[in-house]
Design a protein around this ligand. Structure first.
Ligand SMILES: *[C@@H]1O[C@H](CO)[C@@H](O)[C@H](O)[C@H]1NC(C)=O
Ligand SMILES: *[C@@H]1O[C@H](CO)[C@@H](O)[C@H](O)[C@H]1NC(C)=O
Ligand SMILES: *[C@@H]1O[C@H](CO)[C@@H](O)[C@H](O)[C@H]1NC(C)=O
Ligand SMILES: *[C@@H]1O[C@H](CO)[C@@H](O)[C@H](O)[C@H]1NC(C)=O
Ligand SMILES: *[C@@H]1O[C@H](CO)[C@@H](O)[C@H](O)[C@H]1NC(C)=O
Length: 300
């Protein structure tokens, strides 16, 4: 019983084809939600399907004995909406905005404890603004007030993590100009899992039509900056949000910018500012944000 030659070769051909594997290294898209009621609900934002991280913007008035306030510009938000987003695989962070006014290291500890009990895994509050929902982490988007003790705050929040249990992810949104006035010391603690640098509204370190050099030079400096773990390219969703420039048309981002930034091992994705202005920016770039490479194996 002779087996036809072609049949013998079939499994080998199959092996060759299946070993042509496309590797996609995880990278994601982050955005900010909460400062504009025209943008729809948090759940709509998550169901859009283009984001991996959503920062709720903003918690304000923390530190110096003030009563912290969740300022989400008239939006409503409840625990089941947050849990719906998390069920879609999205990490939801509370973003600290406004003017920082920490008065001491003790004050920073108290603010950390407040955030832990009101929004994260803590159990010492019966007035949690978002009910039983446990947010995934805390984002630092601080561009006003005092820079003091923000490093203590990030240290204090990171202490809720143990080697076995990651309970608080930490992220920061510095402006691209180095050093960032507010966040430099906090970044250097090395506790931020993600740093989404805003490469816009900052002419020395942003893209201008036809000139990628200031952006690329700045990215290169950030990629090896002390304390950086995972670096995101923060871009405007629309020229309207960056009056001082830095808007990168999606096709330029795809053709020129992503291939450059993806070459760095610290690259983690793109942050699109903000959701209210993101009509189709994240949707257009999403297929290109992950770094992928085709790997060929010799099967025989
Ligand atoms: C949360 O808000 C959504 C949308 O506004 C609403 O449909 C839902 O009933 C609310 N859930 C709770 C538990 O309040
Ligand atoms: C609250 O949390 C602490 C530590 O995180 C734990 O030891 C304690 O048992 C918890 N209390 C309740 C009532 O769940
Ligand atoms: C990525 O890095 C490699 C090796 O250093 C280099 O040859 C290549 O030109 C770089 N690609 C881009 C788009 O910068
Ligand atoms: C809210 O978003 C709309 C549409 O993108 C925009 O026209 C408006 O300026 C935004 N408002 C604020 C306060 O950002
Ligand atoms: C994105 O929106 C702009 C402006 O509304 C439009 O010109 C463009 O064709 C859209 N792109 C995609 C990929 O949908």
């Amino acid at each position: 019983m002779a087996i036809p030659l072609q049949l013998l070769f079939l499994p080998i051909t199959f092996l060759l084809m299946t070993s042509l594997i496309r590797f996609s290294q995880a990278a994601g898209i982050a955005t900010y939600w909460g400062q504009n009621t025209t943008e729809g609900s948090l759940v709509d934002t998550c169901r859009k399907g283009t984001y991996d991280y959503v920062n709720i913007a903003f918690l304000i008035n923390y530190g110096g004995g003030q009563t912290p306030q969740l300022n989400i510009a008239g939006h409503s938000l409840n625990s089941s909406e947050i849990e719906t987003c998390q069920g879609l695989g999205i990490k939801v962070f509370l973003s600290l905005g406004g003017a920082a006014s920490l008065s001491s290291s003790d004050d920073a500890q108290q603010v950390a404890s407040y955030i832990w009990n009101e929004f994260l895994g803590g159990n010492e509050s019966d007035s949690r603004p978002l009910g039983n929902a446990v947010l995934d982490g805390v984002d630092f988007h601080i561009q006003a007030g005092k820079a003091d003790y923000l490093a203590d705050l990030v240290q204090a929040l990171s202490k809720y993590n143990t080697p076995e249990r990651k309970l608080v992810y930490l992220s920061a949104a510095p402006e691209c100009f180095i050093p960032d006035y507010f966040l430099d010391a906090a970044i250097k603690t090395g506790h931020f899992d993600y740093v989404w640098v805003e490469f816009f509204n900052n002419p020395p370190c942003e893209y201008t039509p036809g000139n990628t050099s200031p952006l690329f030079d700045s990215w290169d400096s950030w990629a090896s900056y002390p304390g950086i773990n995972t670096l995101f390219l923060g871009v405007p969703a629309d020229p309207a949000v960056s009056p001082s420039g830095g808007y990168i048309p999606p096709q330029v981002l795809i053709d020129e910018v992503l291939p450059f930034v993806q070459n760095y091992s610290s690259y983690g994705g793109v942050m699109v500012w903000d959701h209210a202005h993101d009509l189709n920016y994240s949707e257009t770039i999403r297929p290109y944000v992950s770094k992928s490479q085709i790997q060929y194996y010799a099967a025989i």
